[in-house]
Design a protein around this ligand. Structure first.
Ligand SMILES: Nc1ncnc2c1ncn2[C@@H]1O[C@H](COP(=O)(O)OP(=O)(O)OP(=O)(O)O)[C@@H](O)[C@H]1O
Length: 241
């Protein structure tokens, strides 16, 4: 297996009085796509937010590219090379697509060749370049959110449920886009409920339950094992989309 880019060891996160993450162990191999599955409330979003420094872990280690990042501020974690696409996407509806992209670029105006590369897999962004992001469809907004995360090369992107509420035809575009990001060498940690999407892209999979990772496998092995899917994911799994 490839070397780990990110590891969580015994990570606990409290939100107020609630003990949400209860010892998460997770390895994200460099250059691969790791899918985080699990029923609603299992702790997937909290795990992404903890990696990003939006929640501070109360215990445990988060190691990124050989460096302990637990306790760093979110801007420092972003500067280290991690981008986060939350489920709510975090785009600015009143600003144009161009302005949204420009604001996401940290090293000056977005690079022209990089934008052409992004437009090749998200062509709608070129079409709506000068339009307010608010006019985009749900799927196009999701594409803009992902494009913002990769406007500059990033070592790791964390993406929370990009297919939620998205039409099946757009999901196929999205599979193509993530496949292109993988080809470029971006490491991806993806929270996903749509099993077809997860199985099409995932190299490795971790399943969470009750604030812990309870199962790790190659995605292909889980995709081929319906009994394990039912046992681990039960009826919350959107297997037939
Ligand atoms: N701000 C918060 N305050 C209190 N409890 C929270 C907060 N955020 C999350 N939780 C609780 O933490 C647990 C894990 O939530 P989390 O969003 O990480 O789960 P998830 O696996 O991403 O599920 P979903 O698919 O529903 O988003 C849930 O029980 C949730 O109610």
């Amino acid at each position: 297996m490839a070397e780990a880019l990110l590891t969580l060891e015994g990570v606990h996160t409290h939100i107020g009085q609630y003990h949400i993450l209860q010892g998460v162990d997770l390895t994200v191999p460099r250059g691969g796509l790791t899918v985080l599955l699990g029923r609603n409330g299992a702790g997937k979003t909290t795990t992404l937010r903890t990696i990003m420094g939006l929640w501070k872990p109360s215990r445990g280690r988060v190691t990124f590219a050989g460096r302990d990042i637990a306790g760093l501020s979110t801007p420092d974690i972003a500067r280290a090379g991690i981008a986060y696409v939350p489920e709510a996407m975090g785009i600015f509806s009143d600003l144009t697509v161009a302005e949204n992209m420009t604001l996401a670029a940290r090293r000056g105006p977005p690079d022209k060749a990089r934008l052409d590369w992004i437009f090749a897999f998200f062509p709608a962004l070129r079409r709506f370049w000068s339009q307010p992001a608010g006019v985009l469809s749900g799927g196009q907004k999701q594409m803009l959110a992902i494009a913002r995360a990769v406007v500059e090369p990033r070592a790791l992107i964390l993406v929370d449920e990009p297919t939620k509420g998205i039409a099946p035809a757009i999901i196929d575009n999205m599979i193509g886009a993530f496949a292109e990001l993988k080809r470029e060498g971006t490491t991806i940690l993806l929270v996903e409920q749509n099993f077809r999407f997860a199985a099409a892209l995932g190299d490795t999979v971790a399943v969470m339950d009750d604030g812990r990772v309870v199962h790790r496998d190659r995605m292909a092995a889980l995709a081929a094992d319906e009994a394990a899917q039912t046992r681990l994911l039960g009826l919350t799994l959107d297997a037939h989309q």
